[in-house]
Design a protein around this ligand. Structure first.
Ligand SMILES: Nc1nc2c(c(=O)[nH]1)N[C@H]1C(S)=C(S)[C@@H](COP(=O)(O)OP(=O)(O)OC[C@H]3O[C@@H](n4cnc5c(=O)[nH]c(N)nc54)[C@H](O)[C@@H]3O)O[C@H]1N2
Ligand SMILES: Nc1nc2c(c(=O)[nH]1)N[C@H]1C(S)=C(S)[C@@H](COP(=O)(O)OP(=O)(O)OC[C@H]3O[C@@H](n4cnc5c(=O)[nH]c(N)nc54)[C@H](O)[C@@H]3O)O[C@H]1N2
Ligand SMILES: [Mo]
Length: 763
């Protein structure tokens, strides 16, 4: 049992191991008192799914311990796992509902708060097209049971297509790329591929800071015998790029050019698994023709990296026998996001690196429960990875829910989050229900988001555990119970399902999100076709059972994974360790999407899709590189990219309330290349102004750690913990003040990773 200072020692002690061996156990714990009981759960501060037990004494949380037997972490905990739980007991938790009286939010009873919501809901439903006046913006941080309930309320109770969540900002591109290449969502690979691989590639993924336990696994392989080779693609210097054998510090937004170059080399050097490509893929000739012009010299020019480095990278991925890739925000939130993520799929397909131990990929998730948002359809997908454009899939859902097919929105693609906010801005969405997300800090162009949320005509419900920047703008604030205070399940980035049991009581009158949604359904009296209640479950386990039925026969089939299994064992993967050893999910009757034109986002229809006759084969998508919209100008000569730091989580509602984590990263900063800093007369620590066409930030400079022309600001820092309740008058500090309202044409994920900015020294 190891207690360590996880701030100064984030990855803990090395346990070197070799290919095909089991990752050694290392049980981490952190206790402030001796527990009288332990309650099982997993981490909710990233997508890794680190299994842990909460220590409880006298009804209070007193610490955490990693679970040795779990397949994901083998007992390990990262810094946020170790310290983050303390936020639950924070004295400023929301404990009572709040309702708006003029410019103020005042305490109210649950009845008063819910009455306001249901009164407004009924009023809207009574209008023509009333269902279309509802918008829901949820999260990747609730539990599966909560999402499924919300999904059924929205799709079968109200019938609105305007339901999405922060998963759109997070892993919409992962889902889009998986559907496009393999037919449905779901990771082909598994974390155990780290144990078997002979090469690892991290594509725009700073795993050392964002999936720190997965990174420990990588480091342990790297320190063992027959260590895997390693490639990292990131414009900045990170702990990942420092470890990599080959680091390609590409110009932001050039991922497609790089991948096209690597694919070209793989083909030119005869590294294609021709048998695999012939039997299991479609589209090779078009791909070959598209990548042909991307010589190493051309790629070097576009991406701003040495041609020799590109060739080293091509050699590394081209000669591996068991290549494991992870892809994350450096691709998903960057120019040509879905197209770029699909090129990583292509690399694995061309080399036959899929469905075997060590040969696989994860189009990673970021949030702990984002997989479930997608699976249950709380983000606009249809539940069970069903296809909105397939009438048979709609019929199945209508039968399951006993409602008319016409109620379930399926006449167009579901509305994506950016469009939901647009409708709220224009006034067609009149009720916006925001759960477990903080768009007033996390969406692009914050001045606009504040304006939308403040509109008099828009009725805003915010369901959170703290009074966030978003909650301050709400008409009704509902206090939720947090992780540890409620029961439910969730699924990590490698399809591992964990159960999270209730350990302690929520504070005051705070209620589990599931209870809030169930209460709303009851008060609204949603009925099925027979006049029975639409929602026929009443707690987490019965909600899970309803979901199991919904998932039956679909790729994410949960029918074999019960609460009892999850309580007696530890994490269980749906679909087994690796998907697609035999065939892909591309059959027209089974697939989740008929696909898009990856360059324009145009949707294909059923006929076009059937004509391709995929027959269980994967699609190789070919896309030419196109520069992004935000390129440097004379006025804004630098490129801003935004992202994360090890110690903070998102808008810091939890991590800033854990003293060790907040002390480790108390303030935002802007990172600059030394040559840019010198030209601008900026020294380390100087106060600087960062300006884009949309806003400005005042931050201290940090010199070093990024490529020339690129500056970096962490997006964690909003305004709730400043003295002033709103954005500071003269300049902001939230990165999204600067970012433009723009998204990928296919996944609709916002492009947070490239904004043209100017930086000037202050004072
Ligand atoms: N500590 C911590 N961990 C977290 C989170 C957190 O807030 N804090 N959040 C969780 C969530 S929800 C998510 S989504 C994940 C995100 O996890 P990551 O994707 O690993 O994190 P980011 O910092 O957003 O972006 C990764 C890298 O992309 C690089 N990048 C920027 N532009 C480009 C580009 O054009 N091309 C390439 N190749 N790279 C580029 C950035 O320099 C950055 O280092 O982390 C999860 N884990
Ligand atoms: N510039 C820039 N912007 C970004 C990104 C970036 O890289 N750069 N990344 C994007 C990504 S990947 C993500 S995932 C988003 C994250 O953005 P958000 O989702 O807005 O950030 P969080 O702080 O995680 O917000 C979650 C909220 O849920 C509340 N909460 C926690 N647990 C519970 C619960 O059990 N019930 C309820 N009801 N509430 C709860 C928290 O207090 C918090 O207010 O940001 C996106 N925005
Ligand atoms: Mo995310």
């Amino acid at each position: 049992m190891a207690e360590r200072d996880a701030v100064t020692d984030p990855w803990g002690e090395r346990a070197p191991y070799g290919p095909g061996e089991e990752w050694p156990v290392r049980v981490d714990q952190h206790l402030v008192d001796i527990p009288d009981k332990w309650v099982r759960t997993a981490s909710v501060l990233h997508s890794d799914g680190d299994a842990l037990d909460l220590g409880v004494r006298d009804g209070r949380l007193v610490g955490v311990r990693g679970r040795a037997e779990d397949r994901v972490n083998r007992g390990r905990l990262d810094p946020k796992d170790v310290y983050g739980w303390q936020a639950n007991a924070s004295p400023d938790r929301l404990t009572r509902p709040l309702v708006r009286e003029g410019s103020r939010l005042v305490e109210a009873t649950w009845d008063e708060a819910m009455d306001r919501i249901t009164a407004r809901s009924r009023e809207l439903l009574a209008k023509p097209g009333g269902w279309g006046r509802f918008g829901f913006h949820t999260s990747g941080q609730l539990f599966l049971e909560e999402y499924y309930t919300l999904s059924v309320i929205g799709k079968a109770g109200i019938g609105t297509p305007h339901m999405d969540g922060n998963t759109r900002l997070c892993t919409a591109t992962a889902a889009a790329a998986l559907k496009a290449s393999f037919g449905t969502d779901g990771q082909p690979g598994s974390y155990t591929d780290v144990d078997h691989c002979d090469a690892i590639a991290l594509w725009g993924h700073n795993a050392a800071e964002t999936q720190a336990v997965l990174w420990s696994r990588v480091l342990d392989r790297r320190r063992g015998h027959d260590a895997p080779a390693m490639l990292a693609v990131d414009p900045r210097d990170t702990p990942v790029t420092a470890e990599a054998d080959v680091h390609l510090a590409v110009r932001p937004g050039t991922n497609v050019a790089l991948l096209n170059g690597l694919l070209r080399e793989v083909i030119a050097r005869g590294r294609v698994d021709e048998d695999f490509v012939r039997r299991r893929t479609l589209g090779f000739e078009a791909l070959r023709a598209t990548v042909e012009p991307y010589t190493s010299a051309h790629v070097a020019d576009v991406c701003g990296v040495p041609a020799a480095r590109v060739e080293e990278a091509a050699e590394l991925v081209g000669t591996a026998d068991r290549l494991f890739s992870t892809v994350l925000q450096g691709f998903y939130q960057s120019n040509q996001a879905t197209a770029a993520a699909c090129q990583v799929n292509n690399l694995h397909l061309l080399r036959g690196m899929i469905g075997r131990p060590g040969a696989g990929l994860c189009q990673m998730n970021g949030q702990p429960t984002a997989q479930n948002t997608r699976e249950t359809g709380a983000d606009g997908d249809l539940p069970g990875m069903r296809n909105w454009d397939n009438p048979e899939h709609i019929r199945e859902l209508a039968e399951l829910w006993r409602v008319d097919e016409a109620v379930i929105p399926h006449w167009s693609p579901p509305t994506h989050a950016m469009q939901v906010f647009r409708y709220a801005e224009q006034g067609s969405v009149e009720l916006l229900w925001i759960s477990a997300t903080n768009p007033a800090v996390s969406l692009p162009e914050l001045a606009r988001i504040r304006r939308v949320l403040s509109r008099e005509e828009l009725f805003v419900v915010v369901q959170d555990i703290f009074l966030t920047e978003t909650a301050r703008l709400a008409d009704v604030v509902l206090p939720a119970a947090a992780w540890g205070e409620k029961t439910g399940t969730f699924t990590n980035a490698d399809r591992t399902v964990h159960l999270s049991d209730k350990a302690v009581e929520p504070p005051g009158e705070a209620r589990p999100d599931l209870d809030i949604f169930l209460d709303y359904a009851r008060r609204m009296d949603f009925r099925d076709r027979h006049g029975d209640p639409l929602i026929r479950w009443h707690d987490a386990e019965s909600a899970y059972a309803a979901w199991q039925e919904c998932s039956r026969g679909r790729p994410c089939d949960y029918t074999g994974i019960g609460y009892a299994d999850l309580r007696s064992g530890s994490g269980v993967q749906w679909g087994g360790e690796r998907l697609y050893a035999e065939r892909f999910n591309t059959d027209p009757d089974y697939c989740e999407s008929y696909g898009h034109d990856l360059a324009t986002g145009a949707e294909f229809g059923a006929e076009e899709y059937r004509a391709k006759n995929p027959a269980g084969r994967a699609f190789l998508h070919a896309v030419a590189y196109e520069p992004g919209a935000e390129t440097p100008t004379d006025e804004y000569p630098l490129v801003l990219t935004t992202g994360r730091t090890l110690y903070q989580f998102h808008t810091r509602t939890k991590t800033a309330r854990a003293p060790e984590l907040q002390a480790a990263a108390p303030e935002p900063w802007v990172q600059l290349h030394p040559d840019d800093a010198r030209e601008l007369g900026i020294a380390d620590g100087d106060p600087v102004l960062v300006r884009s066409a949309r806003g400005e930030l005042r931050l201290p400079a940090r010199v070093g750690g990024t490529r020339r022309g690129v500056v970096f600001v962490p997006f964690h820092y909003g305004y709730w913990d400043l003295d002033a309740a709103g954005p500071v008058a003269d300049a902001g500090r939230a990165a999204n003040e600067l970012v433009a309202t723009r998204w990928d044409p296919v996944s609709k994920q916002p492009l947070y990773k490239a904004t043209a900015v100017a930086v000037v020294k202050e004072g």
